[in-house]
Structure formats: structure tokens, C-alpha cells
Design a protein around this ligand. Structure first.
Ligand code: ADP
Ligand code: ZN
Ligand code: ZN
Length: 765
């Protein structure tokens, strides 16, 4: 018997499997989807079994598999097929695809142990303290495997570092004494006054470790370990409400309902607040009633705590939350709950599309236009493609929802590839907010030198008087406060990256947001020595300061700086919800999915900023951002206003937002894309090479271009990518436009000695 194995060698990757001999003792144990250790070029490496056969057609001498890592496949049949599908749709290696599917926490080094799920004699034998998994003789592993398949026993992969990660050591006071030496008495007194004291806390307070040890010896105190709380914390209040769908919602619901059991894709286009989420929840409920399961993707969990609380509110313990913000242990816990069939609904970001949930009845992707569904580093994939695959695999509908669909999705809907469902009105009869465009050049000409237009200023004062809330969004991507020399125009850039460093007022320092390096603000210009060096630009921090000073308002700020802690997003949003602030100032982070009753004014500063960046989607991004953020206000009884400020306010991506007519924007955008030959009219592919030496990068890129020459595609470059350098690596790219997908795997295989990335439909930075 032989196994076909995809091996994990970084230097010589190929998408073909190698054949290995299955040793006698592994027969009957080994399965497709299991990980193994095999010899390869005199090394031992990991591989994944993709096939088991009786014969082989290799012309090399076969070797034996050394070790079997999984008794139960870590990748089931569907997951394996997803891997193949991903490499078909993208350019990359199977092993990378498989490693993308398996949560990284399962790929770490593990100590295996067995957990009993049911009582019987056999299990007693396997699960004793004396026998570890590795001690179980091979001939008994067959029996063990059967028990695992029957779900009587489970193998638990414990991270080797488990102790450190998962438990805290606590100190308990056993008996109080008042006659101890000073240093010991301090500790005992502290323990008397405080509950649940961690050992680390005692030491942090400056108490002596040796005294603590003495107390332990005397048994006055004892140490105990407590598992760390790994249940994912809900900062947001869990709500359970069910509404009666209105007529428009009901007809969308009915269409989806009728297609349950079929793999149809829907584009649910409904304005913000039209009640799309209520439709999702109702359809999930129906699917669960039928005994099936559901996957629900949202762009970024940390930004959408309200959404999670709505899903949890409805489906309670049946919900697992899965996203990159979880620690690998938390992820592993959630993954295990899914694997054990303990949950029915998985809510998560991009990577949640890979969860091993069986028997899917529906897949929903909310805010389907969001870029975050595409992975842009490492193995490139788009969760929408994976969702489509799974929808076919399970014969279940896929629902893509948005107020501002990706034009490519809308194009597909018009071409009947997707079924278009539309909701034109807000659910609770509130009208969409009124949008005011302000050109800041006119403001300046009229003598207003502040960062707020007169209109915005006037409305802010009005809302503060009415005790209503305000959201101010600074469209900061690619533009933030930087330090400029007024004498020579020099901008302080990062030494390792070709980007200007961002100025942070509270620490009076500069930071590079690509590599994280920090620098003090220089007192004189590094180029000309002039002391006239000053920060310019508008950032969230400046706006917050300005709002506090001018209006004496209570301000909350949400940006990369204020949200470094894990639950920070949810906590800030919760505070705002509770009315602890009048104004929420933030970056794009605050544009998504939020639903605040009392918000009646949204100001958007520098709305046209990203139009200047080199990506063909920037018009679309601008339109989406305005519509999304506008959707945050006036969602309930009170009407809302939106003030959009910029310099280039007559661009169609901004003017189309006035009517809120998506189709008007769509038609303009498609005309522009057709003229410039951008997707969906062509396929775009990027080959990116990064190298310490830009000459070498260009040399290799030119060689690739020579090889690519073909009549079927148009090749641009090589040229520096928009950001020429990140972390001391130069970035050189080649752009290709073609009628259909071109096969670049050979290029990837041939150039494994350099850093090379191939991206279909790249997002350019
Ligand atoms: P969307 O997902 O389209 O932005 P939501 O589902 O969040 O819209 O709905 C916006 C608000 O309107 C929510 O507070 C929601 O509970 C409420 N809502 C939605 N549909 C109805 C309905 N049929 N009746 C009453 N309230 C509704
Ligand atoms: Zn940097
Ligand atoms: Zn200077």
C-alpha cells in the first residue's frame, strides 16, 4: 500500500504529491487527510496524505512513512477539496493552502493526550495516568481509532506551552496570623483584604518572593492553579429580539427559503438599516430547525460586536465565534467545539470560512464588498470563492449582503449569475440621512481656516444642544499627520520603509505604521538643519483635541492607537452607546455595522483622500465609505445629517452619494472600468518581488517578463510598487491584464530562491 503525500518543504515546493510506502503497522490507521512525517532529501518533514493506492507509477525509489501524526484526519474530504479548489483559483502551493485551512494552533508542537467522552472498560484502559498517547502499542491503536471514530474518546492536542498560557497561579490564605515578621505580615494582610490574588500580583506589588515561599512552607498560604478564562468575553450586551419581517424583507426571505437545499447565490442589496440582518437571523433559524448548520461571515469581528451579540442573542450557546483576534488557544477551543458538533452557527471573519462545520444549510457573507474577505499576505485567497465552493459542496444557498455591493458582484447579479434581492426602504420607516457636500477650497476662500466647514460646525453645535450624538470619521488611509520641514519641504520618513512616519501628539513622537519603529520628533530638519519643522495633517488625535477645546464636548476616540487592547473596540463602542460621550472620532474603523439610536450627525473629513492612491478600486472604496458611514446615523426616530468634506467633491464617487442611488454610481464606475480596462472587464494579476537589493529585484522581474510574453495578456512593468520599500525590502512588481486567468505556477516554482508573490485581483500598496 502506498500513500500520495503533499510535502511541506519550503525551498522546493510543487503542487504534486510524492508516493511513500505505508509501513505494515500503519495500515488500517492511515487515512486521507492525516498528517505524517516522511523522509525528504535526507530530512524529516511534515506531509499531508492526499491519496492511498495499491500501485504507483513513480520512477524513483520509494521510501517509507516515518510517523503518523493524526489518527483521525485533520482535514476531511471537503477541506482537502477546498485546498485543491483554492490553488486552482489562485496561484500557490497546495501545502500552503492546506496550512491556511488548518488553524495554526493545530500546527504547533503538541503533546497528545486522550479524553474520555463515554464510560466503558476499554476507555478506562486507554485513559489512565500511566499511559500517554505515545506509549500505546501500535497494535492497539486500531482499537483506539475505532473508539475515536465512535466518539467515545477524543485526542486532545495540548500545546507544549499549555501551562504557561492557560493557567494562572493564585495565592490562597489558609489561616490568618498577626504575629509574623514584617515582610510576611504584609503579604498576609494583603491577602486578607483582597480576593482572587494572583501570585504575579503579589510580586508586582513589590512584596518579597522569599517571604511568600516561607509562608507557603509554613502552610499559612497555599498556591493553586486556575485555568484562565478562555470563554470569549462579551463586552457587549447580549440581546435577543425577533421582529416581524416587513413586506420587502419577507419577499427576500421567501426567495432564500425557496432555495434552501440548492446551491444558489444571492446578492442581497439593501440600504443600510433595511433589516438585512433580521433576514439573516430568520433564515439561520429556519436552517437550524431543519437540523442543518450555518456559517455567517462578517468583515472584522472586533469592529462589529453588535452583530455578534445579535447572533448570540438569538442562538445562544449554539454559536461559536471564530476570528483572528482570538489567541491560538481560544481558536483551538472554538475549533474543537465545532469539530465535536457542539455548535450549530459559526460567526467569524475571513478565516471562519474554513471551519469544519458539517451539514451546512446556509452561508451568509455580510458586507460582501469589504476588502477584508481577501487575504493579502501569505497564501492569497478570497473567502467568497471558498464560500461558493462550500455552497456547491453542501447544496446550500450563499447569501452575499451589502448596502453598497462590490461592482463585480452587482455585475454578476445583473448577468443572472447571482440572484438579485433588493430592499429599498429602511426597516423602521426612518428616512436615509441628508448628505451635504462641502468643498474645503471654498471654505478657505471664504476665510475659514479650521478643519471643520461652517456647515459641520453649525450642525455640531445644534446636536450638542439637543443632546444628540455625533460621529466624526477621518478618512486617513494613506494620509495622516506627518512632520514637515517648512524650509525645505523634507518629510520625515521611516528609515526602513518608504512611507512618511505618523506623528503622535500624546508622546510627541513619530511612528512608522508599516514596521512599527518609533522615533522622537526631530528638533531640526535632518536635511537642511532648519528648526522650522512642524507636524501637518489632520489625524484623529488632532480632531479629538479640537472638538474638546472648541465645543467642550465629551469625546471618545477610536483608531489604531486606542484599540491595541483586545476588547478595546467593543469597550469604546459600548461607552458611546451608553451615552458616556457626545462625539465619537475615528478612522474607517467606525464606519461599519454600528447601530446607535442617538446618533444624528456624521461628519466625514477628507472624503476624497483615497482617490489619490493608486488602486482602481479607490472610487468604489470612497463611495462605499461615505454610504456606510452615512448609514450610521438617523437609524431610528430622529432624522440624520451627513457632512462630507473634501477638496475634490465633484468626483462621481462622492456626488453619487447625494442621491444614495447605487445604480447611478455603478453605471459610472463600470464606464470608467471599461475605459481603463479594469475588472470585471479584464483579470488583473500582480507578481510582486521583494528583495533587499532593488537591482536584483528588477533583474529577476525583467527575466520573468521575458518569459511571460504572450498575445493573450498585457504586461506592465516591472516597476516599483506604490510603496517602494517595507522593512528594508524593496518592492518591485509586474502587473498583468488578461482575458482569463493565466497560469503562473511555473513562475512561482522557478523562483523559489527569492520572495515572490502572485496575487489575482491584488490590492495595491
Ligand atoms: P441592516 O443589516 O440592513 O443594516 P438591521 O437588520 O440592522 O439592518 O436593521 C436596522 C434596525 O431596524 C435594527 O435595529 C433592526 O432590529 C430593526 N428592524 C429590522 N427589521 C425590522 C422590522 N421588520 N421591524 C422592526 N424593526 C426592524
Ligand atoms: Zn517602517
Ligand atoms: Zn529642511
Amino acid at each position: 500500500m502506498y500513500a500520495n503525500i503533499i510535502v511541506d518543504v519550503s525551498a522546493k515546493q510543487v503542487n504534486r504529491a510524492f508516493t511513500y510506502i505505508i509501513p505494515e503497522e500503519m495500515k488500517g490507521l492511515i487515512d486521507v487527510g492525516c498528517r505524517v512525517i516522511v523522509p525528504f532529501n535526507h530530512r524529516k518533514i511534515m506531509g499531508i496524505v492526499v491519496g492511498i493506492t495499491d500501485k504507483y507509477e513513480e520512477n524513483y525509489e520509494l521510501k517509507e512513512i516515518i510517523e503518523l501524526l493524526d489518527l483521525v484526519p485533520i482535514l476531511n474530504k471537503e477541506m482537502l477539496e477546498i485546498g485543491y479548489d483554492m490553488v486552482n483559483n489562485n496561484t500557490g502551493f497546495l501545502i500552503e493552502a492546506f496550512k491556511t485551512i488548518i488553524p495554526s494552533s493545530l500546527l504547533m508542537k503538541y503533546k497528545k493526550s486522550l479524553v474520555k467522552l463515554n464510560d466503558n472498560k476499554l476507555n478506562e484502559f486507554f485513559i489512565s495516568d500511566k499511559i500517554s498517547y505515545d506509549d500505546i502499542p501500535t497494535n492497539l491503536k486500531n482499537v483506539l481509532k475505532e473508539e475515536i471514530v465512535k466518539k467515545n474518546i477524543e485526542i486532545v492536542y495540548e500545546a507544549v506551552s499549555k501551562e504557561k498560557i492557560l493557567s494562572d497561579t493564585y495565592v490562597k490564605l489558609n489561616k490568618y496570623q498577626f504575629d509574623l515578621p514584617n515582610k510576611q505580615q504584609e503579604i498576609v494582610d494583603y491577602l486578607l483584604k483582597n480576593d482572587d490574588v494572583k501570585k504575579s500580583e503579589i510580586l508586582e506589588k513589590g512584596y518579597s518572593l522569599s517571604s511568600l515561599q516561607t509562608l507557603t512552607k509554613k502552610e499559612i498560604v497555599s498556591l493553586y492553579k486556575k485555568e484562565k478564562y478562555r470563554q470569549i468575553k462579551d463586552v457587549y450586551e447580549i440581546v435577543n429580539k425577533k421582529v416581524d419581517l416587513n413586506f420587502e424583507q419577507q419577499s427576500c426571505y421567501d426567495s432564500i427559503y425557496d432555495s434552501l437545499g440548492n446551491s444558489e447565490t444571492f446578492l442581497l442589496h439593501g440600504v443600510t438599516g433595511s433589516g438585512k440582518t433580521e433576514i439573516y437571523l430568520d433564515i439561520i433559524e429556519e436552517v437550524l430547525n431543519r437540523g442543518q448548520n450555518a456559517i455567517f461571515l462578517v468583515p472584522e469581528i472586533s469592529l462589529t460586536p453588535q452583530m455578534v451579540s445579535r447572533v448570540k442573542g438569538r442562538f445562544l450557546n449554539n454559536v461559536a465565534v471564530f476570528h483572528s483576534g482570538l489567541s491560538s488557544e481560544e481558536k483551538y477551543d472554538e475549533w474543537r467545539r465545532i469539530f465535536r458538533d457542539e455548535v450549530r452557527v459559526v460567526v467569524g471573519a475571513r478565516s471562519a470560512i474554513f471551519v469544519p462545520l458539517n451539514n451546512l444549510g446556509i452561508i451568509i457573507i455580510d458586507e460582501e464588498h469589504e476588502q477584508s474577505y481577501k487575504q493579502d499576505n501569505g497564501f492569497r485567497y478570497n473567502s467568497k470563492d471558498v464560500a461558493l465552493f462550500r455552497s456547491k459542496y453542501h447544496s446550500c444557498p450563499l447569501v452575499l449582503g451589502s448596502a453598497t455591493p462590490d461592482v463585480i458582484s452587482y455585475d454578476k447579479a445583473l448577468k443572472k449569475e447571482y440572484k438579485l434581492l433588493e430592499i429599498k426602504k429602511r426597516a423602521n420607516q426612518s428616512s436615509l440621512p441628508k448628505i451635504h457636500l462641502v468643498n474645503m477650497i471654498d471654505e478657505l476662500n471664504n476665510g475659514n481656516k479650521t478643519m471643520f466647514s461652517n456647515k459641520l460646525d453649525e450642525l455640531i453645535i445644534d446636536r450638542l444642544n439637543k443632546k444628540e450624538q455625533i460621529i466624526l470619521l477621518i478618512n486617513r488611509r494613506g494620509y495622516s499627520s506627518f512632520v514637515l520641514c517648512r524650509s525645505c519641504g523634507e518629510v520625515i520618513k521611516c528609515d526602513s520603509c518608504d512611507v512618511s512616519m505618523t506623528y503622535h501628539k500624546h508622546s510627541d513622537s513619530l511612528m512608522c505604521h508599516y514596521c512599527g519603529i518609533k522615533k522622537d520628533k526631530p528638533i531640526k530638519c535632518p536635511k537642511c538643519g532648519s528648526p522650522k519643522i512642524k507636524e501637518v495633517g489632520v489625524g484623529t488625535e488632532q480632531v479629538s483635541e479640537y472638538v474638546k477645546a472648541r465645543y467642550n464636548a465629551r469625546v471618545l476616540r477610536m483608531d489604531a492607537d486606542t484599540t491595541t487592547n483586545k476588547n478595546a473596540h467593543a469597550e469604546i463602542l459600548n461607552q458611546f452607546q451608553l451615552g458616556e460621550a457626545d462625539v465619537l472620532v475615528g478612522t474607517q474603523m467606525i464606519s461599519k455595522g454600528l447601530d446607535f439610536k442617538n446618533v444624528t450627525l456624521v461628519g466625514m473629513l477628507m472624503a476624497d483622500m483615497i482617490l489619490k492612491l493608486p488602486d482602481y478600486r479607490n472610487s468604489e472604496r470612497t463611495y462605499q465609505l461615505i454610504m456606510q458611514v452615512a448609514g450610521r446615523c438617523g437609524r431610528h426616530e430622529k432624522n440624520g445629517d451627513v457632512v462630507v468634506q473634501g477638496y475634490n467633491t465633484d468626483h462621481y464617487s462622492i456626488t453619487s452619494s447625494l442621491s444614495g442611488n447605487y445604480v447611478e454610481f455603478y453605471e459610472n464606475e463600470m464606464r470608467v472600468r471599461n475605459m481603463g480596462k479594469y475588472p470585471p472587464y479584464v483579470k488583473m494579476t500582480q507578481i510582486l518581488i521583494t528583495h533587499k537589493d532593488y537591482k536584483e529585484a528588477f533583474k529577476r522581474a525583467r527575466e520573468i517578463v521575458k518569459e511571460l510574453k504572450s498575445d493573450d495578456c498585457q504586461i506592465f512593468g516591472p516597476a516599483f510598487a506604490p510603496i517602494t520599500k517595507i522593512k528594508d525590502n524593496y518592492r518591485v512588481h509586474i502587473m498583468i491584464k488578461s482575458k482569463s486567468k493565466i497560469d503562473l505556477l511555473k513562475i512561482l516554482e522557478k523562483n523559489q530562491d527569492i520572495n515572490i508573490y502572485i496575487d489575482n485581483d491584488p490590492i495595491l500598496i
